[in-house]
Design a protein around this ligand. Structure first.
Ligand code: BTN
Length: 258
């Protein structure tokens, strides 16, 4: 990324035709002092990052790839919950498109529709050595927008969807960015001023794992099967196994049991 100050302070956003990862660009800009709400958008990414070290395929013209700098008025311990706040913000932004299908959230922050993934969020925080007043999080958002089914890689065709597949309509990526950006700042403000309980209440209405049998791998590499009970006040996913034991999951990947 070439840092161009002309672009930097126009419209609070840096638009790039191609970059490695908008999350990395936004992180560097945040370290240089870029303000709360500043965003980086790319038409495509060479090395888009997903959660848990996965790649995020980012072909030009089909998806929204953006990262927004958030300087939360929250303490460090509350930062992990921002992931859920961002997921809700993305979900609300697409709901407002008035598409005739309902969207849901798969913990911690995947956007789902018709049992398929339509988007995801990667939140990265400033290092703990950063002074609290300078701390930030980068909210990276990948949304499948104008992707046709055969444009997904073969192994994703059963698991992924896009706004185009859902609604049959093409969307303007700039307009979508404005909607997602506005929604994110609004939900962060709600989180800061009214507390996470407000976010949790709305998030829970969209929880696609609630009441479902699901599985995950523990740190000791054992597979646990349990039924989703929703999220707690810390943003952890709760699940009850067949022995009645309640598990609280703070990170990792969970799947619906098959
Ligand atoms: C996931 O579901 O695993 C999270 C995907 C996040 C992808 C977005 S695309 C824009 C931003 N830049 C990145 O490198 N990743 C995020």
């Amino acid at each position: 990324m070439e840092l161009c100050t002309f672009f930097l302070f126009m419209d609070n956003v840096l638009r790039l035709p191609l970059t490695d990862s908008t999350n990395e660009d936004a992180y560097k800009l945040a370290l240089k002092g870029a303000e709360h709400g500043f965003g980086v958008i790319a038409d495509s990414q060479r090395a888009g990052k997903g959660r848990l070290g996965k790649d995020w395929e980012s072909p030009a013209g089909t998806g929204l790839y953006c990262s927004i700098i958030i300087r939360p008025k929250l303490s460090f311990v509350d930062f992990p919950k921002i992931t859920l706040t961002a997921g809700l913000a993305l979900c609300r932004a697409v709901e407002n498109l008035q598409v005739d299908s309902s969207f849901g959230l798969k913990w911690p922050n995947d956007l789902y529709c018709n049992q398929k993934k339509c988007g995801g969020i990667l939140v990265e925080s400033s290092s703990v050595s950063c002074l609290e007043k300078d701390s930030f999080v980068i909210v990276g958002i990948g949304l499948n927008v104008n992707t046709k089914l055969d444009q997904f890689q073969l192994e994703l065709q059963q698991k992924a969807t896009s706004l185009l597949i859902i609604s049959g309509e093409f969307y303007d990526l700039r307009d979508l960015y404005r909607r997602v950006h506005g929604s994110l700042l609004e939900h962060i403000h709600t989180h800061e001023t009214k507390g996470f309980s407000c976010i949790r209440k709305e998030w829970s209405k969209r929880d696609v794992l609630f009441g479902k049998e699901m599985q995950w791998l523990t740190a000791k590499k054992t597979v646990v099967t349990a039924r989703g009970l929703g999220i707690d006040e810390n943003g952890q996913l709760l699940a009850k196994d067949r022995y009645g034991k309640i598990h609280a999951i703070l990170s990792g990947d969970v799947h619906l049991a098959i």
